[in-house]
Each structure stands twice: as C-alpha cells, then as structure tokens.
Design a binder for this molecule. Structure first.
Ligand code: IPM
Ligand code: MN
Length: 371
C-alpha cells in the first residue's frame, strides 16, 4: 500500500514523540511491503516563529494532499501567560481541524494492569475499564462567535450546533458501539442549555435506527463524577466539543498517564492522528516524554488505512514494553528508559527482532539507558 503522510511536529515534545512513530511506521513499511512517504509542515508556535502564522497555507495544502496527518503537539508557555496575544499556537490545531473538517475526535481510554498503581483510583475500580470518547470537534463554543468589548470589560463566546453537525458524529458513535459493548452514553447539559436539548432530541431520533444499541443520557457534571466512581459502566461516550475536551483529560487518569493516550480525528477526507497530551514544554528536548500516545495514534492511523494486522503488532509491541518495564519517566521516575529507546524497541518488535531471539538482559545491555 502507498500512503502519503503529513507530519506536523509542532512544539515542545511534539517532534521527539513523532520521530518515534515515524521510525515505527518505517519499520512497518519494510516488514509488510508498504510505501509510506512523510511530508513535514509547520504548525503552532514553531510556525509562528518561522512564518508569523500558527497555520501557514502551505501546511493546509500539504495536509489536504496527504492520506493522513500525524500531529505532535502545539503550545508554548510564552503564549499561555499572555492573554492579549493575537496569534496563538492553538490556532494551528483548531485551524487544521476546521480546514480538514475533522468533525469527530475519537479517544479510546484503555487501562493496563501494569500501570494500575499509577492511577489515583483503586485497582478494583479500574478492572475491565474500556471506553471510547466520541468528541465533536468542529463546532460548539470552540468555533462560535467570540467578542471582547472595546474597553475590555466584557467578553462572550457563542455555543451553537446544527442538527446535521450532531447527526454525523452520532452515526459514527452508534456504528462504533455496534462493534463493541453496544452502549452509547450521551453526555450533555440538557437541563440548562438549548444546544444540549438539540443534541438529546437528535440523538434520541438516531437511536431508533440502532435498535441493538442501548443509550443513556447523562448530565456532564454527573458524568464527570461517574467516570471516577464507576468507569466500567461506559462503553461509547458521545459528547460535544468542550465537554469532550474536559472529560477526556479526566478519563486519562484511568489509564495511569496522560502520555499513553492516542486519538484519531476524522471527517470526510484526510484524517489526523494525535496524542491527547500537550506540548509538555518542561520535557522538550530531554528524550524523556512518553512516546506511546503518538505511537498508538500511528496504530490508529494504520487501522484507518485498513491495515489492522500492522496496527495490532504495534499495540502488541507497546503492551510488551509495558509488561517488561521498558517505560518512560512518567511511569517509572527511577528506572526509566528514554523516549528514543522505547521507539527503538517497538520498531525492533514490529521488525520481528524481539522478543523472540533476544533476552531481556540483552536488551538492557544493548539499549539500557537507566539512570
Ligand atoms: C485537545 C487540546 C486542544 C483542545 C487545545 C490545544 C486547543 O486540549 O486536543 O484536547 O482544546 O481541543
Ligand atoms: Mn484537551
């Protein structure tokens, strides 16, 4: 299979985690006879520094001309602390989501037995947790009209949704649920917001077309609590843009580290794959960030291409590193391996070089980066 992949490294740890995914995708291409070509383009603070814009036209063109986009992260502290900045790195990711019409952001929440001790929740609550968040990504308060009065003492952000915007992601969520535990939980604030009432009405109508899927409706404040109290109850969570942003960070604590979680953003054309973690500027350039969020996003990309066997071998490799304690500093602050070492191990695994013929001791001798 021939695929053109746009690479948007972005800021902070973006370039170093994305480099691991590229290494692994190259190993997959060699092993399974595919041809992947990679095309870098600028985004975020990096793009602002070099071009003045967080999302240069050229970047949009490169993405539109590719089969998929692998995205790193955007964000820089110099903008976080300056609310008056007119150009912001986040405009890069928001802009590319809009330009590619990526209306659904899919965030699987997986728990790993070997990481349960990292979660603030008790092991008993984490067993069997396996849910997936479908977050609407191109509408709602993120993209509504924004205003600040001349004198700077008043501001507003509009939240709006159309029936069509709700329907297209709802269908995806229901179809996904049919392949899983057949349950959709719609999260909204229908006791207060008109947009949420439209979501509920629209989803109730769509649910009739999916008789085999159970649906329940939950207010977002309750859902935030239920995710911690009893996360096992969830299968597919369907929600609007802002609620999805908030609850997906909350749900990440179930897996033990935000650094582990991948996501896929899909629309009608080119899809984009990105870890849900941010640019983590404190770790940038230190080779200590967890690359699994990006690597598992690359696996989601392969699934999207229909390369399910290739995607599975990457997930197996990631599981293997966790089971054998080849982990980054976020997971084991004392005996940790570098970002690039985890990338090398997973690339070797998908190339069939490990675990078969090589013992753990040998890997440690060859790759050990323990500090
Ligand atoms: C995310 C991020 C973005 C968002 C930011 C960087 C604009 O938090 O992908 O969840 O809010 O969507
Ligand atoms: Mn977020």
């Amino acid at each position: 299979m021939n695929k053109k992949i746009a690479i948007l490294n972005g800021d902070g740890i973006g370039p170093e985690v994305t480099a691991q995914s590229i290494k692994i995708l190259k190993a997959i291409a060699a092993q399974y006879n595919h041809e992947f070509t990679f095309h870098e383009a600028l985004i975020g603070a990096d793009a602002i520094d070099k071009t003045g814009s967080a999302l240069p036209e050229e970047t949009i063109d490169t993405c539109l001309d590719s089969d998929a986009v692998l995205f790193g992260a955007v964000g820089h502290p110099k903008y976080d602390n300056d609310p008056s900045a007119k150009v912001r790195p986040e405009q890069g990711i928001l802009g590319i989501r809009k330009a590619l019409q990526l209306f659904a952001n899919i965030r699987p929440i997986t728990t790993y037995p070997s990481l349960q001790h990292l979660s603030p929740l008790k092991a008993k609550q984490l067993e069997g947790v396996d849910c997936i968040i479908f977050r609407e990504l191109t509408g709602g308060i993120y993209f509504g009209k924004k205003q600040t009065s001349e004198d700077g003492t008043y501001a507003s952000d509009e939240c709006s949704y159309s029936k069509e915007e709700i329907e297209r992601i709802a269908h995806l969520a229901f179809q996904y649920a049919q392949k899983r535990k057949k349950k959709v939980t719609m999260v909204d604030k229908a006791n207060v917001l008109d947009t949420s009432r439209l979501w509920r009405k629209t989803v109730q109508a769509i649910a009739l077309q999916y008789g085999d899927v159970t649906v329940d409706y939950m207010f977002v404040d309750n859902a935030a609590m239920q995710l911690i109290l009893n996360p096992k109850q969830f299968d597919v969570i369907l929600t609007e843009n802002m609620f999805g942003d908030i609850i997906s960070d909350e749900a990440s604590v179930l897996s033990g580290s935000l650094g582990m979680l991948p996501s896929a953003s899909v629309g009608n054309g080119t899809a984009l794959f990105e870890p849900i973690h941010g640019s983590y500027p404190q770790a940038a350039g230190k080779d200590i960030a967890n690359p699994l969020g990006s690597i598992l996003s690359a696996a989601m990309m392969l699934d999207h291409f229909g390369l399910t066997e290739e995607a599975k071998v990457i997930r197996d490799a990631a599981d293997w590193t966790l089971q054998n304690n080849f982990v980054t500093k976020d997971i084991d602050p004392v005996n940790f391996y570098f970002t690039s070492t985890i990338g090398d191990l997973i690339a070797d695994y998908v190339s069939g070089k490990i675990p078969g013929s090589v013992k753990k001791e040998n890997i440690e001798l060859r790759k050990s980066t323990i500090i």
